[in-house]
Design a protein around this ligand. Sequence first.
Ligand SMILES: C[S@@+](CC[C@H](N)C(=O)[O-])C[C@H]1O[C@@H](n2cnc3c(N)ncnc32)[C@H](O)[C@@H]1O
Length: 272
Amino acid sequence: MQGYTYRNMNESTSSIRQVFNQLAAHYDTIFTNTDIGRMLRQRTHDLLNGMFTPGQTVLVLNCGTGEDVIHLARQGINVLASDNSEEMIKFAKIKVNQAGLNHMVEFRQINFDKLDYSLSSGETFDGIISNFGGINCSSDISQVVKNIADYLRPGGKLYLCIMGQFVPWEWLYLGVRGKYKRIYHRFRGSCIWRGQEIKYYSPAEIETYLSIHYRSTQCSGLGFLIPPSYAGKLFSKFPRVFYFLNWVEKHLETFFPIPLLSDHFVFKSIRK
Ligand SMILES: C[S@@+](CC[C@H](N)C(=O)[O-])C[C@H]1O[C@@H](n2cnc3c(N)ncnc32)[C@H](O)[C@@H]1O
């Protein structure tokens, strides 16, 4: 989930599902296909690569328009692609179809706050992933982390990419524009976006929730040296600088304090 999505904080809609239904047709234009979006996505795919092997089955939570679904399916991994937004699923289906990967992917509308509504007990996966801050939309992320464990086989792998709370890039970028309220909201740990509460976390808080059911193997920061995607204009002025910063960040992504001070952080964990 990118900062861009949280700019219009005064608009009100009745549910997060409706918000993303409205956003679905534009999502790839405003995030996926931007320079920063592509750079960040590549970094997440670098982190995902090697987690799963061909023939395994992975549940993709909040799949959005299906970028990660396609990435996994291309590697011969079976995917249950899910999202709460039927419009997001619609666009993901089109892309999966265009990629000729229908045979690798099943789609299901799943609300990760109510996994037991849509997954049968005993249905287990080799892996579960959630990318780009989808689960920051949950009202109780600790419960989601706990519930996911029921659907992962022992030794199964969990990948969570979560929006962080402390982002110096944002302090700088928004600070010089006088947008102190937005900085404060993230710092405080939540904001109201289109009538919905979005929460931000520190890696330490998520690690506490994970430690009950998982062995945390790695936490990486994403967006410490490179700016959030809404700073796209800055990127297009100095592309080489940002490609270089991305290269540096990639090599330092697991070192403290980078995960703590990044736009997103990624936990890769193993089910106990
Ligand atoms: C910022 S997008 C990320 C999409 C995708 N993971 C990506 O990497 O581009 C957040 C996604 O989370 C989904 N989402 C939000 N709340 C959800 C919920 N309770 N259950 C399932 N999906 C949800 C939205 O519909 C949206 O597709």
